[in-house]
Ligand binder design. Structure first.
Ligand SMILES: [Mn+2]
Length: 221
């Protein structure tokens, strides 16, 4: 009898989990499609203890909707220049208040995943990162992935997912001597990504990608 009850409970629990996931997904889709404004997202990474760059970014963009820091800040989260940022733990961050990854639903309804990247072999490319996004949070679509660690700018869209590495705001690598951060603007139809020089806030590179909801059947497998 006990065994039977456990089995029934297990089945019901699974069914209800799927129902919850479906309901959450339908709400997420509703928010994503209903979005009709403009959202501004500021993304920085790898300042390795340097504070001036973050202060400049905040002064230049005081009214962004969201601020993200992809790790290796080497600064305490409650410092004034870190407080506005949602930040993750890089391989050289030891503050226990930072998590290895952060998930956020943006004001546009986009689902965003941020992780520093050293656990996903990003120095060899973003395949492992993209492959793991579904494993880290199954049954949920992901529209934007942010990572850092390489100190090299990387902006692209793969399988409908926008991927951004803003480069380093302090120690650029990969042949570039420009200290950069990124500004992502989201409108209902598209993503506009600017890579910006911290020195004079000039736009170094600009990218546009279409914005579309992911097919639901891929998500719920
Ligand atoms: Mn790193």
């Amino acid at each position: 009898m006990k065994k039977y009850l456990e089995k029934v409970w297990h089945v019901n629990k699974n069914a209800s989990r799927k129902e919850i996931a479906l309901e959450r997904l339908s709400k997420q889709k509703e928010t994503f499609l209903a979005f009709d404004e403009k959202v501004e997202v500021i993304i920085v990474s790898d300042n390795h203890g340097e504070k001036g760059g973050l202060q400049k970014v905040l002064k230049q963009h005081p009214n962004a909707t969201h601020y993200f820091h992809c790790g290796d800040s080497n600064l305490a989260p409650d410092l004034p220049m870190m407080a506005p940022f949602v930040a993750v733990k890089g391989n050289t961050d030891y503050d226990q208040n930072y998590l290895e990854q952060e998930w956020r639903e943006l004001a546009s309804g986009d689902q965003l995943w941020m992780t520093h990247g050293h656990r996903y072999d990003v120095r060899s490319g973003t395949q492992t990162l993209v492959w793991n996004v579904g494993r880290e949070r199954p049954k949920t679509p992901t529209h934007v992935i942010l990572y850092g660690h390489t100190h090299i700018v990387d902006v692209k869209q793969e399988s409908g997912v926008l991927i951004i590495n803003p480069g380093s705001i302090w120690l650029p690598r990969g042949g570039s001597l420009i200290r950069t951060y990124a500004k992502l603007q989201i409108t209902p139809e598209q993503y506009d990504v600017q890579i910006i020089d911290i020195n004079d806030h000039s736009v170094v590179k600009e990218f546009q990608f279409p914005r579309e909801w992911h097919p639901v059947d891929q998500v719920l497998k």
